[in-house]
Design a protein around this ligand. Structure first.
Ligand SMILES: Nc1ncnc2c1ncn2[C@@H]1O[C@H](COP(=O)(O)OP(=O)(O)OP(=O)(O)O)[C@@H](O)[C@H]1O
Ligand code: SF4
Ligand SMILES: [Mg+2]
Length: 323
């Protein structure tokens, strides 16, 4: 499987009265064709900042400081506005963090999908309506419901509409930002199953942003774990589950109950994500790390490939020279 997206050394700051907050710092990862990549971390770690930076939708006080985002050979950070407009929605679509609440209450769901198709593609209204009906069926909604208003739909159905909208121009990549948060557990499972099914049927690539580790491990091929603006571990889901190396990743796994092993002791990670304006020097996790050493304060550990496809940013993985 080739890479469809390459994010290289992406750095995004927010200007604050106390100085810049580095919400994404030197972030690098790739997404393969047909892959579902999980992007996970606690609240405030920079997940949505990455989603917005990929499509250059960062607004003041945010600013992309450096880096590259390559899609089909085009660097989206440097692309002309017009070029980027064509790529947004048509090549990459985002299901934003509050997608189901972002539907306009005064238009029918069908009209909203039609509108997004007409905005991006040169088709007739009749063709757009046909496609809208097919899209609704694809996400498990009766096509006759295109005339319904958002308030006539449950939360889960509104989320399905948001997915249909994201699919409306046949994108290659979908970025789903916490798209099931706020739904009850059963509906959440249905929406996730739908996304997995669509990913496989349409050979889509998906970046699944979530703070929910069990959800991500249940459906993603690879997982990138973020902490305080940095990717600290990135590997296949199997590797993360069987051989997580970063103390933060291990902490997230230990904080997750295991349905198959009800006797497992669940322990949360003490402390919280640091302020990103003045993060700790060196490793940003060191205030919470049970393995912290003096040298952890000296430099930010680089993300190193410790075995094929398994990347970790921790001094413990850098070899004896650093201990
Ligand atoms: N407009 C802003 N101004 C200043 N700081 C911001 C702004 N937006 C985000 N940040 C900071 O950037 C950091 C990353 O925020 P981001 O929303 O990307 O995190 P997240 O991982 O998506 O969190 P969540 O899980 O809560 O959605 C946070 O520390 C946040 O305080
Ligand atoms: S670099 Fe040090 S503080 Fe950071 S995770 Fe590794 S051991 Fe812990
Ligand atoms: Mg977010």
């Amino acid at each position: 499987m080739g890479d469809i997206l390459t994010v290289k050394n992406l750095t995004t700051h927010y200007t604050t009265p106390d100085g810049p907050a580095e919400a994404a710092g030197d972030v690098s990862f790739t997404v393969k064709k047909g892959e579902m990549l999980g992007l996970i971390g606690e609240s405030g770690c920079g997940k949505s900042t990455i989603a917005s930076s990929i499509l250059r939708l960062i607004e003041y006080p945010g600013k992309i400081v450096s880096g590259e985002v390559i899609l089909d050979g085009i660097d989206l950070i440097r692309a002309k506005d017009k070029e980027l407009e064509k790529i947004r929605w048509k090549d990459i679509a985002v299901i934003p963090q509050s997608a189901m609440n972002s539907l306009n209450p005064v238009y029918t769901v069908g009209d909203q999908i039609i509108e997004s198709i007409l905005l991006h593609e040169d088709v007739t209204k009749k063709e757009a309506l046909e496609r809208t009906k097919n899209l609704l069926e694809l996400v498990g909604i009766d096509k006759g419901r295109w005339k319904s208003y958002p308030h006539e739909f449950s939360g889960g159905m509104k989320q399905r509409v948001a997915i249909a909208m994201a699919l409306s121009c046949n994108p290659k990549l979908i970025i789903s930002d916490e798209s099931t948060t706020g739904l009850d557990v059963l509906t959440q499972a249905q929406v996730i199953a739908l996304m997995k099914d669509l990913q496989e049927r349409l050979d889509l690539s998906i970046i699944m942003i979530s703070h929910d580790l069990p959800l991500v491990t249940s459906i993603c091929d690879r997982i990138a774990i973020m902490y305080a603006g940095k990717i600290i571990e990135w590997a296949s889901t199997k590797e993360i589950l069987e051989d997580a190396r970063h103390p933060y990743s291990q902490g997230l796994l230990n904080a997750t109950p295991d349905l198959l092993n009800p006797d497992k002791e669940v322990t949360s990670i003490p402390g919280s994500v640091p302020n990103l304006v003045h993060p700790p020097s060196g490793c940003r996790f060191r205030d919470r790390c049970q393995f912290v050493m003096e040298s952890c304060a000296e430099k930010i550990p680089p993300l190193l490939e410790i075995k094929e496809g398994h990347h970790v940013a921790c001094i413990l993985e850098e070899g004896d020279d650093n201990e």
